[in-house]
Each structure stands twice: as C-alpha cells, then as structure tokens.
Design a protein around this ligand. Structure first.
Ligand code: XIL
Length: 324
C-alpha cells in the first residue's frame, strides 16, 4: 500500500467490501460527494431508495427512479450493492393503512412487492436485507403490520419469495443492537435458528452496528459473529456509525472514534467478515443529524469524512486496519 492509495484501493487489494449508505439526491447534486463515494468505497447501500415508502407512490405503482440511479452508478463504478430493505415496519408508504386490508391482501401485497423489487434488480443486486428489525428491544417478535397479518411466517415467506425470483442472491436478516453477545442478539440467534430449522433460505445476518452512545465491545462482537457463523451463516456489518452521548464527548473524541472503527474492522478481519458498510459518507449528511431527537442525544459526527468531505482519523484507522 502506498500513502496515495484510497480506502477503496486498500479494500480492493484484500477483497474486502467497504461500503457506504448513499443518498440519491446527494449523488445527483453534489460532485464532491459522488467522487468520494466512487473513489473511497467499493460497495454501496441505498440509504432509503429501496425501502417500500420511497418505492411505492401508490398501491399499484412503483417509482424506481432513485433506486435505478443508485444501482446504475454502482454498476458504472464497479461497486457491489446491498439491497436494503424489502420487509420492514418503518418507512412504509403514507397511503398504506394496514387496517384497510385483510390479512390475505397484505400477504399478497408483500409477495408482489418482494418479487417485483428483487426481480427488477436480479442482475445488479446480489445481496438483500430481506427482513429488517423483526425483533423488538425486549427480545420478543416485534408486532409489526406483517407480524400481525402473518405471524412469524412472514419471514419464512419473504425469504422464500426473494429466493424464488433470485436463487443466486445472498439473503440477509438485518437488525440493530444485536452486534455483541447480549439479550437482543440471543433473541436474533434464536430466531435465525428457527428459520434455518424450517428450511428457510437464509444466508446471513447483518449487524447494523449503530454505536450511538453505547459502543459494543469488539471482542464480544467477534464472539457474536462466530456463533452466527457456526450456524452456517455469513455475517456482515451493515450500518456502522459511531457517536458519543451529546455533551459527553471527550477531548480526544475523534481519536477514540477512530480506535473503535479500527477495532471493529480488526474483529471483522479476525472472524472472516468480508463486508462493512458505514451508514453515510460525510458527517453533514448523517441520519443522526436529522432523525427524531437523535441530534439532541448523540454527537453529530459519526462517519469517516467530516462536513467538508475531509478524511477523519477514523478514515485512517479503517485504512490502517485494512492494510495490515
Ligand atoms: C435511516 C435513514 O438513514 C434515514 O435517512 C431515514 O430517515 C430513516 O432511516 N436502521 C436501518 C436504516 O435499517 O434503514 C435506517 O436508515 C437507520 C436505522
């Protein structure tokens, strides 16, 4: 590695997928954002464009404009795409009022959605977060519209439908707070074990790794990864960002953040995790600055690039970890 090598070149050099969540409008409007995405990362996750809300202006229509733009950009720049996400309780369309539909209508709607979206990107999206955040914080199954209509079987069906349309895709269950060994990851572990026992075509588990306020212990992350791998599953880190509780950041916050990014990368490399995605490119556009009350709760500089797109200590730590 030379000092001139970008993060992407270092990642390419060891066949590691280093990804970032990409915003369609920023990609369209901001040249410097676009350049950072394509020179520094070799994998891309659409931050919102593949979610049901953005994709579905009405019951019987789709708007693929943003999703197509992101997928085409990835293809043109030889980046892999993580499709995020087919089945989730959040960011459903505004017109979608579940009580308007019978359980059977909801099931048919979901099937049509999953198969249409996976089918459209059969050749360009090789990995899908089929189901996102199905487990509640207390470890029970989250009572979502899909759970209410179909019970736990909604996961089985969603994976089967995706698999029917693209048998080659890697199909993931993705969740937050399940990064280290803890009660939530125990519940996720039990869930994916049940899915596997039922023969559901599940390939992997995505650990979001939003380290907001509390950061998981990297050794425990590694232990957690290993127990999922022991079930025969792949594991990826899918949405990493790192913030302190607001008002509590130490003087060396950026160095501490860098060290944590490096430690998580090391845990990935030690365990054979070959993909890590940061949830955004630069701090200015981090979801933490705009989502609910997060900007009051956490420091707003969780990513590898600062507001002016300059690489931070965390950038160098990730680069260093990937070079050794
Ligand atoms: C977030 C996006 O970053 C925001 O732009 C949007 O307003 C809300 O969703 N877990 C997930 C992601 O799986 O899809 C979420 O993304 C962050 C939490």
């Amino acid at each position: 590695m030379s000092n001139q090598d970008s993060l992407r070149e270092v990642a390419d050099g060891r066949a590691f997928d280093l990804g970032t969540a990409v915003d369609a409008a920023a990609l369209r409007d901001d040249v410097s954002y676009r350049d950072t995405v394509r020179t520094e990362f070799n994998a891309l996750t659409p931050e919102n464009a593949l979610k049901m809300g953005p994709l579905r202006p009405s019951l019987n229509t789709y708007d693929f404009t943003d999703a197509d733009a992101l997928v085409n950009f990835a293809r043109a720049n030889d980046m892999t795409v993580r499709g995020h996400t087919l089945v989730w309780h959040n960011q459903t369309p505004e017109w979608f009022q579940p009580w308007d539909y019978t359980d059977d209508q909801l099931r048919r709607f979901l099937r049509e959605h999953v198969q249409t979206v996976v089918g459209r990107y059969r050749r360009s999206v090789g990995t899908w977060d089929v189901v996102n955040e199905a487990v509640a914080d207390d470890g029970t199954m989250r009572e979502t519209v899909w759970y209410d209509a179909m019970g736990e079987q909604y996961l089985d069906r969603a994976f089967e439908w995706a698999n029917e349309v693209n048998p080659d895709a890697d199909l993931y269950y993705n969740d937050y707070g399940a990064d280290a060994v803890n009660e939530k990851s125990d519940a996720v572990y039990d869930l994916v074990e049940r899915l596997l026992d039922r023969g559901v075509p599940l390939d992997g588990v995505g650990l979001q790794l939003h380290a907001l306020g509390e950061w998981p212990d990297p050794d425990s992350v590694a232990e957690n990864v290993r127990r999922f791998q022991a079930l025969g599953l792949d594991v990826q880190v899918t949405e990493m960002d790192v913030a302190f509780p607001a008002g509590e950041e130490p003087d060396d916050a950026l160095e501490r953040q860098a060290e944590f990014y490096g430690d998580v990368l090391d845990a990935c490399l030690d365990t054979g995790v070959d993909t890590l995605v940061t949830w955004g490119v630069d701090d200015a556009r981090s979801w933490i600055r705009s989502f609910r009350d997060f900007s009051e709760r956490y420091t707003g500089d969780p990513l590898l690039f600062d507001e002016r797109n300059r690489p931070k200590p965390a950038y160098r730590a990730v680069r260093e970890a990937l070079s050794t």
